[in-house]
Design a protein around this ligand. Structure first.
Ligand code: GAL
Length: 416
């Protein structure tokens, strides 16, 4: 009989124990662009190093509408993934179905309550229990630019208000380039729209009109001015915009075909993945009129109740890894977002990331911190979908007057 040394037996037992506690973790997400894919690969690396089997369930389609549809069909058929990219009020809706796993054991062991801004921790909980792990903080009210295009067009710098913006757009048009790179999908239209509402009306008006869905605010002169500004931006996009993916619009700015893009800072992930350097190859600035405001978009993963012990262990490890310092740094450096975990060392982050962190803290104090409606952080999915459709109809059809557009949006906002 082969005489195994005590060490070999101990080592074998550790391997067996490890294997028993390892499990397969299938993760549904929609991060399929260059920067996004690079970022999620970091999570896969961390989980694989812990001995788990990562099953990547990537559903293409920026903004996540396609992924949400696929997720519903998987859960309805009784075969949910271990984890899925779910965020904002949708977390509450899924939790109320009783299908989400309780993450309190991990959250307690890892002290999440002390490591998260309360506004974020509350979104991750259902009836006081953690049911989702937060990944990052994306800022949505950014505008990106190619400095070479601005120089060619004789534009001095990033516009701070819409008078400066339209003067710059006119110069870029005259220089024979596309002033605004845009992709015609409803979440992209709304990403631009909510930045315009924030810039024209300010944070309180944004809250009243797009979050409280106050009919008076939705039919006010400020909303009229917002829609006029929104329509004028449309006139500076190119005819091939309808249906274009957001990252292809970012590529237009990167390649010097277009001057500006209104987009969240996942666009920075595309510039970085292409080896571009902030303040040299691209510029970041708050969208016109929004320097003292911050539209936040927190990505998160909810875990579904599973029976298998190995899978449950893998889910707990996934939740702990997501909030761990290693992932919080390496993922957000690639993704263009900033860590959601407080007191992280920001030395490796670039100027855009450092500005985002500073502004997140200052706007939380000033009242300028608002949740992104375009990215599912603010209102119930049904109302959000109805308003997005009304806004995109207005964006796509110049025959819809501002007055009718405003009426249609107010009506959609009343969707229960
Ligand atoms: C957002 C998501 C971001 C980014 C973007 C484009 O909704 O929160 O992480 O990936 O869509 O797909």
């Amino acid at each position: 009989m082969l005489k195994l040394s005590k060490l070999a037996v101990a080592a074998a037992l550790v391997v067996v124990a490890g294997a028993a506690s390892a499990g397969e973790v299938e993760v549904l997400h929609y991060w399929t662009s260059g920067g996004e894919a690079k970022s999620v690969a970091e999570l896969k690396k961390i989980m694989t190093a812990k001995g788990h089997v990562w099953k990547d369930f990537a559903v293409a389609g920026g903004g996540g509408d396609n992924a949400a549809t696929v997720l519903k069909s998987r859960v309805v058929s009784g075969n949910p993934p271990a984890a899925a990219q779910i965020k904002g009020p949708a977390i509450q809706e899924w939790a109320s179905e009783g299908v989400l796993a309780n993450l309190d054991a991990t959250a307690k062991a890892e002290k999440w309550d002390a490591l998260l801004p309360k506004v974020v921790a509350d979104v991750m909980k259902y009836k006081g229990n953690y049911v989702a792990a937060p990944v990052n903080v994306h800022r949505v009210n950014w505008m990106w630019a190619n400095p070479e295009v601005l120089k060619k067009a004789g534009v001095a710098g990033m516009p701070k208000n819409y008078d400066e913006f339209f003067a710059a757009a006119e110069k870029i048009k005259k220089a024979g380039l596309i002033p605004v790179a845009h992709g015609g999908q409803n979440w992209q239209d709304f990403t631009t729209f909510e930045s315009v509402v924030l810039g024209v009306g300010g944070a309180k008006f944004y809250q009243d009109s797009l979050i409280k869905l106050d009919q008076k605010a939705l039919t006010s002169d400020t909303m009229k001015k917002s829609l006029e500004t929104f329509r004028k931006i449309k006139s500076y996009t190119d005819p091939a915009a309808p249906g274009r993916d957001w990252n292809l619009a970012t590529a237009m700015v990167m390649q010097g075909k277009a001057g500006f893009q209104f987009m969240g800072d996942w666009a920075k992930g595309e510039f970085l993945a292409a080896g571009k350097v902030p303040n040299k190859d691209f510029l970041c600035a708050a969208a016109p009129g929004t320097a003292n405001a911050y539209t936040f978009n927190v990505d998160s993963f909810a875990m579904f109740k599973l029976k298998d012990a190995g899978a449950q262990k893998a889910q707990a490890d996934l939740a702990a890894s997501i909030m761990g310092t290693e992932f919080q740094e390496v993922f957000n450096l690639n993704k263009g977002s900033i860590p959601v975990r407080l007191n992280m060392n920001m030395d490796k982050f670039d100027d855009c990331g450092k500005a985002s962190t500073k502004d997140f803290v200052s706007t939380a104090k000033s009242g300028g911190l608002v949740p992104s409606v375009a990215h599912g952080m603010a209102i119930k999915p049904a109302a959000e979908g109805a308003i997005k459709d009304a806004v995109s109809q207005f964006w796509n059809d110049d025959k819809i007057s501002v007055a009718d557009g405003m009426k249609n949006i107010a009506k959609a906002a009343a969707t229960k």
